[in-house]
Structures are given as structure tokens and as C-alpha cells.
Design a protein around this ligand. Sequence first.
Ligand SMILES: Cc1cc2nc3c(=O)[nH]c(=O)nc-3n(C[C@H](O)[C@H](O)[C@H](O)COP(=O)(O)OP(=O)(O)OC[C@H]3O[C@@H](n4cnc5c(N)ncnc54)[C@H](O)[C@@H]3O)c2cc1C
Length: 361
Amino acid sequence: MGASTAHHLSNGPGRTLVLERFYENHPFGSSHGRTRILRTAYAEGVAYVPLVLRARRLWMRLGREAGEEIFRATGVLLAAPSGSKSLASAQSSARRYRLRHELLDPERAQERFPAFRFARDDAAFWDPGGGVLFPERAIRAYRRLAHARGVRFRWDSPVVRWRPLSGGRIVVSTATREYLAHSLVLSAGAWLPTLVVALRLPLEVEQQTVYWFRARDRTRGSYRTMPAFVWYGPQGGYHYGTPDVGDGVKIGGNEGQRVRNLARRPPPSSRELRSVQRFLTDRLPGLSSEPRRQVRCLYTNTTDKNFIVDFHPDHPNIVVVSACSGHGFKFASVMGELIAQGVRTGRLAPVLASFCLPKTR
Ligand SMILES: Cc1cc2nc3c(=O)[nH]c(=O)nc-3n(C[C@H](O)[C@H](O)[C@H](O)COP(=O)(O)OP(=O)(O)OC[C@H]3O[C@@H](n4cnc5c(N)ncnc54)[C@H](O)[C@@H]3O)c2cc1C
């Protein structure tokens, strides 16, 4: 969110400085791990669809400007036991916005997507407009383009506090320096609550581990050209994955572990790995069940699993962003555009109205 916002601010007047706790594309936050899924039909709510369509256009534009592949149009397969609410919601969002989509019965799904194993009572939904994003490339591209237009980036520079001055300007402090700003965008991911303690944000940080698996049976089609997917289980759980873009098929689930102290994170749990391995045995039997690599990553969840993008209630020149509840990367391009617009105009676009700060005081 921060890199995209800086990029979009660099198109306008004023000077922009980015202060980053660690370094570019570090593995301690929420935006690493080589791939992210972009779905256009959105089970979480129809309100996301116009945002994701604009986001996809901006990702493609970023790819052209940077001369790199940022988005790959693999399509996204959603699968679930028939009668699933998630598939029904995805379908109603697709209908509402006239998105191309297909509903497939298990026989047709099996024929089209031989890497997967469908059961007799499964249903599948095909989102041909979706695909895979390459987050590290995107962040690097945003930084490179923004830097070329004068944005300064400071690594190893955690903001330790900020305070407003009487004229409305803000003093932002790191351990070694102070900066004077007209506006401030706080997009600190899982660390956001530490920068707005008084707001007592009801956020929960969850550690998720994702795994990469190699093919052991190559007769089930290519794992490089398979679509990205989300497979919903009968009890509200899900597994998701992206095709092999160089180091195997990446798979994750939603059985993460609560993180109470960001400085002391738990090791990956064997429960998470076992759940992913069961999923492989049932649904992707051509993959080896031993992961060749694993990475831990953070979800910052709001209670309703929506996002937060809002002005600070006491300071109209501070935007509080983040808490993307595990599905925010695909929107980072459009969020950056809208946040930059908000910083310039003092108003956030009406499409962000449902992402306002919870009333906690
Ligand atoms: C395993 C996993 C899979 C996911 N899959 C998808 C997916 O398929 N599709 C999708 O759309 N989304 C997905 N997401 C969610 C998405 O990746 C996140 O919502 C998004 O990347 C969050 O971005 P962010 O900028 O809010 O947080 P971050 O990327 O964590 O950025 C916050 C930055 O702030 C810095 N920071 C923190 N504190 C300070 C401070 N005091 N001073 C300076 N800097 C500070 C941090 O170091 C960090 O770099 C997934 C997330 C995970 C963990």
C-alpha cells in the first residue's frame, strides 16, 4: 500500500518521503512470497468489484511502465461443495457487473482442469478475468518509478512517533531523525496499531504459512499453465494456490496462528502443513506432499474482514490505511491511487466509505 501510494503521489505536486521499518521486499510483513491472486468476481462483496477492475487496469499499466510482467492472466478457478455460499456470492458479483464467468459441473471442470481432482458433489466457478500478481516486482517497480520522479525512500527507518503541531503540520520521528510533513499516510500493516494507539483498533494479526510443492506426476497437465485457485471447504475453511512460476505450486490455507507480539512469532505450525497436505492428497494428487519451501506471512484482520482506509478522526491530514484482512494486495494499485487523491483533496472517494475506521472511542 505504501509503495503504491508513494508512486501515485509522485505524479502530483509536493514532495514525498517513504519511511520503512526494514528494507524493500523484506519477509516480515504481508506482501512477500512471489505471488498473489487477483479475483474479479468477489465473494466477499459486490462493492469490491469496481475497485478490483480499476486495480487490474493499474497493475497492467504498471507492468507497461516498468517493462516487467506484474500481472499474469491465468484466470482463477473457485471450487466448493455444490450449494456453497462463497460460489453463489462470487456468481452474483459477476452477474451484477457483467463479468465473464462460467459455472462448471464436476465432469466439465475435471476435463478443463486435469491437475485437480473434483468430487461428484463439487461445483466450480471460472473467473477468466482473474490471475496472478507478482508482489515483489510490483513493489520494486513502484519504488523505481517513484524514485525517478523524486520520491525519497529511507530503509531501516521505523517511525517511532508522530505529533501534530498547532498549525496543522506533523512532526514524524524515527530513532535518529525528525521530519516535518503536511500530510501523513500510516500504512504500517500489522504494526499499524502501534502508530495509532489512541484509536484502540480492534485488529487481530494472524501468521499464515504458505508452501511450495513440486510435481511428482506430470500426466495431470502442466502446473505452469494451471489457473490460480481458491477451494472452499464445507466448514468455512479454504485452500488457495498459484501456478508454478519457478519454484513449484504455492499453496496456503486459512488455519493461521494468532500473533500477539510481532517481535516473537511462532514457528510454522504442523497443523497448517498437515491441512495443506490433506488438501493436496484430495485435490491435487499429482504434487509431491513434501514442501520444498515455506514462508510465513501476516494477515491483519478487522472484525468484518474488510479494510481500513480513513482519515484519522482528530487529524484530517493523516490517512490511516491497512488491515487488509488477508485479501488486500490485489487492491494496492487502486488504493494507492485513491489515497493519493485523498491526500491532495482532503476527501476520500465514496467507494472507500465502507472502509472507515471502526468507532472505538
Ligand atoms: C500468506 C498470504 C497470502 C495472501 N494472499 C493474497 C492474495 O492472494 N491476494 C490478495 O489480494 N491479497 C493477499 N494477501 C493479503 C495481502 O498480501 C496484504 O493484504 C497486503 O500485502 C498488505 O499490504 P500492507 O501494505 O498493508 O502491509 P505490508 O506489506 O506488511 O506493509 C507494511 C509496511 O510497513 C512497514 N512498517 C511497519 N511499521 C513501521 C513503522 N513504524 N515505520 C515505518 N515502517 C513501518 C513494514 O515493515 C511493512 O513493510 C495475502 C497475505 C498473506 C500473508
